[in-house]
Ligand binder design. Structure first.
Ligand SMILES: [Zn+2]
Length: 525
C-alpha cells in the first residue's frame, strides 16, 4: 500500500449476470466457465500459497531482511517466480525502469517552547517522501488557515492567499485536507517558510486514520525545505500554544532505484482484450513484506501456475504482473501504463489488483467499483468487477465490505487511464470497528495488520483462512474475466458473445459518464 487518491467514471453491473447464467453457457448445456472457476478454486489453496510465502521469507532472511525494489531480495524473489512460470509454459518479460528515491539519514523534530519535548520519529512525526532537506533552530511556528472546531473541514494551505502576512522564515503549520501535501508545501515555500509541519485533519472518515501521524508523499522531488507529517494531537498542541518554537533537522540522500516489473502473458487469448492481473512484489525496506504484498504476489502466481496445469484456455489474454516500486509511490504500475500508449490502453480490458490479502485481523474488502460507499466510482465496468467479487463471496455465504479507490495501490494508474479496475484487500493500518468484528471476527479496536510496513510482517503475519477465501475469489475472477475454458473454446456467453467483456458490456446498455480527477488526492502514503 502507498500514495493516494483517484477518481472515476460510470457503471453497470455485470457480476450479477455472469454467475446467474451458470449452467446456461455454450450450447447452454452447462456453463464451462463455472467449472473452470471451480476447478481453479480447488487447485489454488492457502496451503499452496503459504508454501510460496515461506520461500519469499527465506529469500528475505538471506538478503537483509527485505525485498525492497532495487535490492537482491526483490531480484531473487522475481527470479524464483520467473523460473516457475517458465517451467509452466509462460513467456515472461522483465520490464526495466528507474526512479529517484529519497532516503532519510537524519530526522529530528522537537518543541523548544513553551513545553520542550523531542518528538519520536515514526511514532510522532515522519518526513514526507521527496521532502527537501534543512535545519531550523528554534523557529517560530505560524498556523495557516487551520480549523480545529466542528467538522474540522480544512483547505489549509491550499490557496496562496492562506499565506497572506506569513512571516518569512517561520515554520508553517498546516492541516491535512482538500488538496495534496505537495500543494500545501509549495505554497508555504513560496511564502518564505523555512519548513512545513502538516498535521492530520482530525475529522472522522470511516476506515481512514485522520488522527495519527501522517505518512505522506509530495509525489516527486522539487520542494526545497523540510516537510514533516505529524498527528492531529501534536498539531493542535502547537496551534493552541503561546508563541511556540520548534527545531527541525532533516538530512536525506537521493538515490536512483533500478528495478523491473515481471510480466507473464498467457499464450492463448485475445490480445485486444487483455486482463491485467497485478500484485506488487516489492516490500518496504523495514521488513520482508509477507502480507504486504507476498500474499497478493503468491496468490496470482498460484492461479497462473494452476491455470497452466489445467491446460485452461483464456478467450481474453491474461497478463500476470508483479509490479515493483509500489512502496515508493506506485512506480512500477505507473510505468507500465505510461508505456501502453493509446492502442495499449484500448487493448487493456481491465485491471485486477491484489494488495494484502492475508491480514491477521482481516476484513474481506472489495474495491468500491460502483462508488456506492465512497462516491469514487471507477471507470465504466468497475462496478461489474466489484459485483463479480461480491456475488462470488455471497455464493459462499461470506460477507464483504467495500473499500475506497483511495489511490494507495497499483490500480490507480489504470483508473487514471480510464481502464476499469477492481480487486481485493484485507486491511492495513486501519482499525477494525466493532461492527466489522461482529461480521468478520477478529479484534475490534486493533489494526487489520498490526505489522503493516514493519519487520514483523513475516510468514507468521498471515491469516490462512482469509487467504484461502481470497484465493478462491481471485481464481473465480480470473476465470470469469479471462473467459477461461478448459475445452479450448472461446466463451460464447448466453448472448452468443465471443467472450469479449467490452462487447458484453456494450450489449448491456451502458449509461457511462466521463472520467475525472487525477492521481494522488492528498498524498497519504
Ligand atoms: Zn502493498
Amino acid at each position: 500500500m502507498t500514495a493516494t487518491a483517484v477518481a472515476t467514471g460510470a457503471i453497470l453491473v455485470l457480476g450479477s449476470a455472469a454467475p446467474a447464467i451458470a449452467g446456461t453457457g455454450p450450447g447452454h448445456g452447462g456453463d464451462r466457465h463455472t467449472s473452470v472457476s471451480q476447478q481453479l478454486q480447488r487447485a489454488v489453496s492457502a496451503h499452496s500459497i503459504e508454501k510460496r510465502l515461506r520461500t519469499f521469507q527465506w529469500i528475505a532472511d538471506r538478503y537483509d531482511g527485505n525485498r525492497a525494489a532495487g535490492t537482491e531480495g526483490h531480484e531473487k524473489t522475481a527470479a524464483y517466480i520467473e523460473k516457475l512460470l517458465k517451467r509452466a509454459g509462460y513467456s515472461t518479460e522483465r520490464q526495466p525502469f528507474s526512479y529517484e528515491k529519497v532516503n532519510i539519514d537524519r530526522a529530528e523534530f522537537s518543541q523548544v517552547s513553551p513545553d520542550p519535548v523531542d518528538y519520536v520519529l515514526e511514532d510522532e512525526f515522519y518526513p514526507m517522501d521527496y521532502s527537501g532537506e534543512g535545519a531550523v533552530e528554534e523557529g517560530a511556528v505560524t498556523p495557516v488557515d487551520i480549523n480545529l472546531d466542528g467538522d474540522r473541514a480544512s483547505t489549509s494551505g491550499c490557496e496562496a492567499e492562506d499565506f497572506a502576512g506569513f512571516p518569512a522564515g517561520d515554520i508553517a503549520l498546516v492541516q491535512r485536507g482538500s488538496c495534496d501535501f505537495a500543494t500545501k508545501a509549495a505554497n508555504a515555500e513560496a511564502a518564505g517558510a523555512s519548513a512545513v509541519v502538516v498535521f492530520n485533519q482530525g475529522n472522522d472518515v470511516p476506515g481512514d486514520d485522520r488522527f495519527g501521524v501522517i505518512f505522506g508523499t509530495l509525489g516527486e522531488l522539487g520542494i526545497g525545505i523540510p516537510v514533516l507529517g505529524t498527528s492531529f494531537e501534536i498539531g493542535e498542541t502547537l496551534a493552541t500554544a503561546t508563541d511556540p518554537t520548534v527545531s527541525i533537522v532533516l538530512e536525506t540522500t537521493t538515490v536512483t532505484v533500478d528495478t523491473f516489473n515481471l510480466l507473464a502473458r498467457s499464450k492463448k487469448g485475445d490480445p485486444t482484450e487483455q486482463v491485467v492481473v497485478g500484485a506488487h512484489l516489492d516490500s518496504v525496506a523495514e521488513g520482508p513484506g509477507i502480507n504486504d504484498n507476498g500474499t497478493g504476489s503468491a496468490t496470482i502466481l498460484e492461479v497462473a501456475l494452476k491455470l497452466a496445469k489445467l491446460k485452461a484456455k483464456p478467450a481474453n489474454q491474461l497478463v500476470f504482473a508483479w509490479w515493483s516500486g509500489e512502496e515508493d509511490g506506485l512506480q512500477g504500475s505507473d510505468y507500465y501504463v505510461s508505456q501502453l500508449g493509446e492502442e495499449g490502453v484500448a487493448n487493456t480490458a481491465l485491471n485486477l489488483n491484489f494488495d494484502m490479502v492475508g491480514s491477521p485481523n482481516p476484513v474481506r474488502f472489495v474495491y468500491d467499483g460502483d462508488g456506492s460507499e465512497f462516491g469514487d466510482e471507477g471507470p465504466e465496468g468497475s462496478a461489474e468487477i466489484e459485483a463479480t467479487f461480491v456475488e462470488h463471496f455471497a455464493s459462499k455465504g461470506l460477507e464483504t465490505a467495500p473499500t475506497e479507490f483511495d489511490g494507495r495501490s497499483d490500480y490507480a494508474a489504470f483508473i487514471d487511464a480510464g481502464i476499469p479496475a477492481g480487486g481485493l484487500f484485507t486491511g492495513a493500518e486501519g482499525i477494525k470497528t466493532e461492527e466489522e468484528a461482529a461480521i468478520f471476527g477478529g479484534t475490534a479496536g486493533e489494526p487489520y495488520d498490526p505489522c503493516y510496513h514493519q519487520a514483523c510482517d513475516t510468514k507468521d503475519n498471515v491469516d490462512g483462512a482469509v487467504l484461502g477465501q481470497m484465493a478462491d475469489a481471485v481464481a473465480h475472477a480470473v476465470a470469469t474475466f479471462g473467459s477461461v475454458s478448459s475445452w479450448g473454446w472461446g466463451w460464447h456467453g448466453h448472448h452468443g458473445h465471443d467472450g469479449s467483456w467490452k462487447k458484453w458490456n456494450k450489449n448491456h446498455g451502458w449509461d457511462g459518464r466521463g472520467f475525472h480527477g487525477s492521481h494522488g488526492g492528498d498524498g497519504k502514503r
